[in-house]
Design a protein around this ligand. Structure first.
Ligand code: COA
Length: 633
């Protein structure tokens, strides 16, 4: 069994979080039931003190709102937290909720962040992962790699099924492993006004098949032998070959494209689609499958420099109705994509999990595909994989046409630039005793400031998995300290020594925010909880949530995330506001992979410019530190 390297940190004697290198996860040699025992041992997500959140909220607003708005908000916040006032009342209700539930936030978060969200999952919610290009450019290579990859996922699944998945640690604390149990055999289902997620892993008859899509046609491929052993790579090759040979033409309606539509339109089309018994059975087979493999047609050839950016859009949306967008079931939690041209990656539906567990699974699979194959192939004939049929009525056809038009509009609107920043990686910030993540985030602030001469509301995901069923909170990277630093960098009157001091302060402040966030003391989910509690308890939402500053704070012009991996890959996602950027990065030791996205329809954003500004910012910060001898002290 391959041991996975995970995000880990240790705690110093003083109780300070001491960032540490990737430490081997502790092998628990779990026995069945140990997963639940581990989960039970995790602490509950705390409700932070009201005054602390109010103070932190005002501090977070300082770099991003004007003085007048800030003064107004200060008054609202003061009123909100008056003794016996509305804030205290909501806080008490929230604490009561927290005492009753395993996690006061997780259900709410699943609904408000994902299932109630009506925009298409494509571009607006589902992240993609670009893996290194593979060395083949034909069907045989595609089949062989797909077979190895399927075997790798099944190997990972064995760890999940046997509860032998090594537990992960962060800051010396064991992490919630629940998300690993949510990503396989799982699927989102459209509904209005709210979607749902089904998970078949724990059903009485868990699935033994995966979905394979080729030329817009869906197949059900059983991946276990009758004795319960997983199919070997050779067996999988035989089965995949049968699928490819029976779907050589893409003459059929791209039914999967329906899943890329606005959620209300898709929910309506879905109700209509599954009225037909055959369609219903086919859809259920996809939903129930362990995961999906999309065998894509080759994309137009581009230069080596452009390759990763093109691969990123192929992962995010498939390239449009002419290309591979119909070769997906976007509601499926996990879809591996393998192109005939050697492109490889993943798209995943975000509701059940964050990026890190997905990337840990990918790291395992990538390692697995590199191993020499040793499994002996049983000489039993295997049943032909079942093609999933769909009866297309004129109404369904018209829904497909509408979905095609919509995805083509999205495809034209999304710009993604993947860059490999090769000058340095985590090594340089570490040599200056700085947190690499904080260094990159401060560089992003500098890049944005250089382009726009202002700071913007910035989101970075922080893991809440120290707590049972924890998901994420927000690290607000635009801080008073980062603002002081970026302004100084733009001020010719400032001396380098002062700039270095401000840089060190900004990096430290970011790291301190991170530590506070992963310990459940950040402000954003708490404010959200108070607001949702108000919706439940009060006739009207308090003024602080109707305030201009609140909407500005939640309008993330920079939506960012670090998703570290052992594999030289990068995760990518779309912006969360029309005039914003999505920035995801994988910092490796000697280089950093970045994916920057923006919408072409916004005249104010430009991915190439931000990517260049980011490279310049990283280099300027390194040069500043190197040229200022005191920085090494
Ligand atoms: N001096 C020297 N080295 C330092 C250092 C310092 N002051 N601070 C940190 N480091 C080292 C660490 O030891 C670690 O070493 P490693 O590369 O050997 O492992 C490395 O630098 C990375 O630490 P840092 O850059 O501080 O980041 P992190 O790994 O703690 O990650 C977050 C920070 C916010 C990304 C992480 O806490 C988190 O929450 N991740 C979840 C993100 C997520 O859920 N995303 C969802 C996307 S869908």
């Amino acid at each position: 069994m391959t041991m996975l390297g995970f995000l880990t940190r240790t705690v110093t004697k003083a109780g300070m979080v001491k960032p540490s290198c990737l430490v081997k996860p502790v092998s628990l040699n779990w026995i069945p039931g140990r997963y639940l025992a581990h989960q039970e041992s995790l602490p509950k997500l705390p409700v932070p003190p009201l005054n602390q959140t109010c103070d932190r909220y005002l501090a977070a607003l300082e770099p991003i709102v004007g003085a007048e708005d800030l003064n107004h908000t200060r008054q609202l916040v003061e009123e909100f937290q008056l003794p016996g006032g509305v804030g205290e009342r909501l806080q008490k209700s929230l604490e009561h909720r927290a005492s009753k539930l395993e996690n006061w936030l997780s259900d709410w978060w699943l609904k408000v962040a994902y299932l109630d969200y009506r925009m298409p999952v494509v571009v607006h919610s589902s992240p993609g992962v670009v893996l290194p290009r593979l060395e083949f450019s034909d069907r045989q290579g595609q089949i062989r790699h797909a077979a190895k990859l399927i075997a790798g996922v099944l190997d990972f699944k064995t760890m999940i099924d046997h509860e032998t998945l090594p537990v992960e640690y962060l800051g010396g604390k064991a992490l919630c492993m629940n998300q690993y149990y949510r990503v396989l055999s799982s699927c989102r289902i459209p509904g209005a006004p709210r979607d749902s997620v089904v998970n078949h892993a724990l059903s009485k008859t868990p699935p033994t098949h995966i979905t394979v899509v080729h030329n817009f046609q869906f197949f059900m491929l059983d991946v276990y032998n009758s004795d319960g052993s997983p199919l070997t790579v050779d067996q999988l090759c035989v089965q995949l070959e049968k699928i490819l040979n029976s779907s050589l033409q893409n003459s059929e309606e791209p039914i999967g494209i329906l899943t890329s539509n606005h959620r209300n339109s898709w929910a309506k089309a879905y109700t209509n689609l599954i009225k037909d018994k055959t369609n219903k059975e086919s859809v259920q087979a996809i939903q129930k499958s362990i995961f999906a493999v999309c065998l894509d047609a080759p994309m137009p050839q581009v230069s080596d420099e452009m390759y990763r950016s093109q691969a990123a859009v192929q992962m995010l949306h498939g390239g449009g109705s002419r290309w591979n967008s119909g070769n997906r079931w976007f509601d499926k939690t996990l879809q591996f994509i393998i192109g005939e041209d050697g492109t490889c990656g993943v798209i995943y539906e975000h509701a059940p999990a964050e990026g890190p567990p997905i990337v840990a699974l990918i790291d395992h699979v990538v390692e697995y595909t590199k191993k020499t194959e040793t499994g002996r192939t049983p000489m039993v004939p295997l049943p032909t994989p079942q093609k999933l049929s769909f009866n297309i009525t004129p109404e369904i056809k018209s829904d497909i046409e509408e979905a095609k038009q919509n995805i083509n509009t999205m495809v034209h609107d999304l710009d993604v630039k993947v860059i490999v920043f090769s000058h340095f990686g985590k090594n340089v910030p570490k040599s200056f005793k700085m947190s690499p993540d904080a260094f990159i985030q401060v560089a992003l602030q500098l890049a944005y400031y250089k382009m726009y001469k202002r700071c913007c509301s910035t989101y970075e995901s922080a893991s809440l998995r120290m707590f049972k069923l924890g998901r994420t909170d927000t690290i607000r990277s635009a801080s008073i300290d980062s603002a002081n630093f970026v302004r100084a960098m733009d001020d010719p009157a400032k001396q380098n020594l002062e700039k270095v001091t401000l840089l060190q302060k900004a990096v430290k402040a970011h790291r301190a925010y991170t530590d506070m966030a992963i310990r459940g003391q950040a402000l954003d989910r708490h404010l959200l909880g108070l607001k949702l509690q108000a919706v439940e308890d009060l006739p009207a939402v308090p003024d602080i949530f109707m305030d201009k500053s609140y909407s500005k704070a939640n309008h993330y012009n920079l939506s960012t995330s670090q998703v570290p991996a052992k594999t030289d890959c990068v995760m990518c996602f779309g912006p969360v506001v029309p005039d914003g950027y999505g920035v995801c990065y994988n910092p490796m030791e000697g280089h950093i992979n970045f994916a920057v996205s923006a919408f072409n329809s916004c005249a104010d954003t430009n991915t190439s410019q931000l990517a260049h500004a980011l490279e310049d910012a990283l280099l300027d910060m390194k040069n500043l530190l190197e040229q200022t001898p005191k920085a090494k002290l």
